[in-house]
Write a protein that binds this ligand. Structure first.
Ligand code: C2E
Ligand code: CA
Ligand code: CA
Ligand code: CA
Length: 271
């Protein structure tokens, strides 16, 4: 038994060393990507559930020539503070992409940008967004910001004020990942968001009548607050059909399109 305990200890120790090594490896990858412009943004289309029209895109970050998922590298970037520079890189690049599309006469749709808590709370955040928008001469309704409830675990007046300022600028706010964590519908009565994104984990649960009824009620409540609803991570037409019936406004998911390279969006923007 003693031997066994020892082995377990060694095992955990090795696991921990591996985790630290991996974290350091990814951190260096991120620092390097910032220096060498080795990031890339993919754009996933979001569709109007009634008309099938593309209404907007979500900007999703990748490290070029790497299969490290943002689900892995974003949390590491958040812990190491690199997220502020990376987030700024994303904003700058999305806006110059929009400017490039506009210059080509393309009928651009709004692009949603994911914003981390640290990035949002950074003192320069608002000025930076305004600066990039003005620099590229872009209408404010062409970008939308996706925030998560982690920004609002407590009802912080300063945060709410900042969100209101953003809204007053004409930038739409989307509450992302709804239905995970501590999401409570009461948040929605004081967070000044325009739209709510139902998390994939909720949408994966269309397995029985009870769950469909629950999600229908959630959508009903959201809409009673005059907010619109997007369902994300939608992979089957069966889900789309149910969502249509229970009043969801927009859908995003592999069923219609994976995230695309910028040039791949052009065909979707032509009409
Ligand atoms: P998210 O904001 O919830 O983004 C949706 C994720 O679901 C994306 O993963 C997208 O590719 C994936 N997805 C979309 N449709 C489907 C589907 O039908 N099935 C499945 N299985 N997945 C689907 P991705 O691109 O790997 O990003 C993961 C997370 O990383 C994002 O989750 C977001 O939290 C974060 N992230 C990505 N880009 C950025 C960024 O520029 N800034 C920040 N702060 N976070 C980002
Ligand atoms: Ca998102
Ligand atoms: Ca999400
Ligand atoms: Ca997420």
């Amino acid at each position: 038994a003693k031997e066994n305990g020892k082995n377990t200890y060694v095992y955990f120790d090795t696991k921990m060393q591996e985790a630290v090594k991996e974290k350091t490896y990814i951190e260096n990858k991120l620092i390097d990507a910032l220096k060498t412009n080795n990031f890339q943004i993919l754009y996933q289309p979001i569709y109007d559930i009634k008309t099938g029209e593309v209404v907007s895109f979500e900007a999703l970050l990748r490290i070029k020539d790497s299969n490290i998922s943002p689900a892995k590298f974003i949390p590491i970037a958040e812990k190491s503070n690199l997220i502020v520079d990376i987030g700024n890189w994303v904003i700058e690049n999305v806006l110059s992409q929009i400017r490039e599309w506009l210059n080509r006469g393309i009928n651009v749709k709004p692009v949603s940008i994911n914003i981390s808590v640290k990035q949002f709370l950074d003192g320069t955040f608002l000025d930076l967004i305004k600066e990039y928008l003005d620099e590229n001469n872009i209408y404010r309704d062409l970008i939308q910001l996706e925030i998560t409830e982690s920004l609002l675990l407590e009802k912080n007046e300063h945060t709410i004020q900042k969100l209101k300022t953003i809204k007053d600028l004409g930038i739409k706010l989307i509450l992302d990942d709804f239905g995970t964590g501590y999401s409570s519908l009461s948040y929605l009565t004081y967070i000044p968001v325009d739209r709510v994104k139902l998390d994939k984990s909720l949408n994966d649960r269309f397995v029985n009548k009870y769950n469909i009824e629950t999600i229908k009620n959630i959508i009903g409540l959201i809409k009673s607050l005059d907010l619109t609803v997007t369902a994300e991570g939608i992979e089957t037409m069966e889900q789309v059909e149910i969502l249509r019936q229970i009043g969801c406004d927009y859908v995003q998911g592999y069923v219609f399109s994976k995230p695309l390279i910028a040039e791949g969006c052009i065909d979707l923007l032509k009409n």
